[in-house]
Design a binder for this molecule. Structure first.
Ligand code: NAP
Length: 485
């Protein structure tokens, strides 16, 4: 299923009830491989962190948008942040609406649960479904992992529970300089006592306990002015206990003069990079770095060319980078190979070059190159009654607040279409009942919201027993046994 969410609503105009309604009434069987998860939200509203909104939040209507005789029945596919924020806005502004959220896993919250780094509980959000491949020789060698799989592994995503990454190399190279790359570097280098207090899985904690990784390089094909991570994440890395940065001053010389003309977030980020690379550290940092046993660094103008194999060909032993030069300036600068190459010996390589959405159905207009559903302000093109929000709407960029604003916009488009009569509420709709019948027909036993609460209680109790906020259950069968003893 694609990241982000799709809202389906059966429109009542001239025979146009094709795809939105079709989605509601015929969810793909593969969406419910483990029994699925269904949540009716007409009374209870949850935020993406799983926190129930205060009573009455759903009644805070600012302007009545519908005088329709029948309550709109809205189906949301995907229970990640985009799905929940869309539901929140719909229910807040249309208290009669009935919103049902469908999820392929037996547990809700998508990448809030499975994507956000365990040591960032306050963020708990961003998302994506499918990894992007580098397309270079040797990518398939043991020792090379996609960021998505590794993040899924330490976050307890059932599909990745058997990943078992080999952390016996002292050097790791992360290809890409986005926030996911920084998340991975931080998880690899963080002191265990910090991770033990998070909901990182027990399996990951055990592996990290035996990890030999001491040095992590984050490699970018462009320069310091094009890094994709944000200042908060950089600051955290600079102050990570027991760890010191290795920034090559020559990469940053001359940048001080141009920072003043940069847009504000980029300006602040570049100033911090320049200061960390070119100025003497303060007393506190100097003391901290002098004792550090682990280190991380940034390598610029290096594009991945090949993964080098060990002599017996059995595993990764390094990465060959093509040295690049930039044409153009700022965000738009493009990297071109210079013809020179550089090798970094290492036994652990992560490809962290962003995510990609997948089409949910061949019937939907999907722009494969951008990885988004063709849409206008969330309205899926040529599919009245069908809407999208989140990364599947705009591509895999932005943080939680971006997804929130984007999901509210989509929900607003739904409300406007109800209000203007583009979506008719004049006939009664079967809504969730039709989906339930279909699932029964297919022999699928959905997991309900109260079922999820049993899984939640079990995970929390297991966490309390070992001093963590939660011990995630990794096996969907075990989850199902808890709800259907
Ligand atoms: P990202 O921000 O898009 O960064 C991808 C990185 O990979 C960039 O450095 C990019 O360089 C590089 N890259 C892309 N294609 C490449 C190629 N073919 N060869 C070499 N390098 C390549 O992706 P992400 O780190 O996966 O993050 C996804 C989204 O989630 C972002 O919006 C991010 O901010 C968000 N996120 C937020 C948080 C948080 O709030 N704490 C945490 C994690 C993720 P170029 O710029 O040259 O393309």
């Amino acid at each position: 299923m694609a990241p982000g969410c799709l809202c389906g609503f059966r429109p009542g105009v001239g025979g146009a009830h094709a795809r939105g309604g079709a989605l509601t009434r015929h969810p793909s069987h593969s969406m419910f491989p483990h029994g699925g998860w269904v949540c009716g939200l007409s009374r209870r509203l949850l935020t993406p962190g799983g926190r129930a909104l205060p009573a009455g939040a759903a009644q805070g209507v600012r302007r009545p948008l519908s005088s329709a005789p029948h309550a709109p029945q809205i189906c949301i596919v995907g229970s990640g942040p985009a799905g929940f924020y869309t539901a929140q806005h719909l229910l807040k502004h249309h208290p009669q609406a009935r919103v049902d959220i469908y999820e392929k896993l037996p547990v809700p919250f998508g990448l809030v649960r499975f994507g956000v780094a365990p040591d960032h509980p306050e963020v708990k959000s961003y998302g994506a479904e499918e990894k992007r491949e580098l397309g270079i020789p040797g990518e398939e060698l043991p020792g090379v992992y996609s960021a998505r799989d590794f993040v899924g592994w330490y976050n307890g995503l059932p599909d990745n529970r058997h990943l078992c990454p080999d952390l016996s190399s002292d050097t790791a190279v992360i290809l890409g300089q986005g926030n996911v790359a920084v998340d991975i570097a931080r998880i690899l280098l963080s002191p265990l006592e910090l991770l033990r207090r998070t909901d990182v899985t027990r399996t990951a904690l055990d592996s990290l306990t035996h990890s030999r990784v001491r040095r992590v390089w984050l490699v970018g094909r462009r320069g310091p002015l094009q890094v994709a991570f944000t200042i908060k994440e950089l600051r955290e890395m600079l102050h990570l206990p027991g760890t010191r940065p290795r920034l090559d001053p020559s990469d940053f010389q001359g940048l001080e003069d141009i920072t003043k003309d940069l847009p504000r977030p980029r300006k602040r980020l570049t100033e911090l990079l320049v200061k960390s690379a070119l100025r003497e550290p303060g007393e506190k940092d100097a003391a901290h770095w002098a004792q550090a046993e682990r280190q991380w660094g940034l390598r610029f103008l290096r594009s991945p060319q090949a993964v080098l194999s060990s002599e017996d060909g059995g595993r990764a032993a390094g990465v060959r980078l093509s040295v690049t030069r930039l044409e153009g300036a700022g965000e738009a600068a493009v990297a071109f190979p210079t013809g020179r190459v550089e090798d970094i010996p290492c036994g652990l390589i992560f490809s962290s070059i962003g995510y990609r959405s997948l089409p949910i159905s061949p019937a939907l207009p999907f722009l494969a190159r951008q990885g988004v559903i063709a849409n206008s302000m969330g309205r899926v093109q040529e599919s009245p009654g069908l809407y999208c929000s989140g990364w599947v709407k705009r591509g895999p960029t932005g943080v939680i607040t971006t997804t929130m604003a984007d999901s509210f916009d989509t929900a607003q488009a739904v409300l406007e279409d109800i209000n203007s009569g583009v979506l008719s509420c004049s006939d009664p709709r079967a809504g969730a009942a039709a989906v339930r019948d279909l699932l029964l027909l297919r022999g699928v036993r959905p997991v309900s919201f109260s079922d999820w609460e049993k899984i939640d209680a079990a995970e929390t109790a297991r966490g309390v027993a070992v001093g963590k906020p939660r011990e995630k259950i990794l096996d969907p069968e075990e989850m199902l046994r808890l709800v259907r003893p």
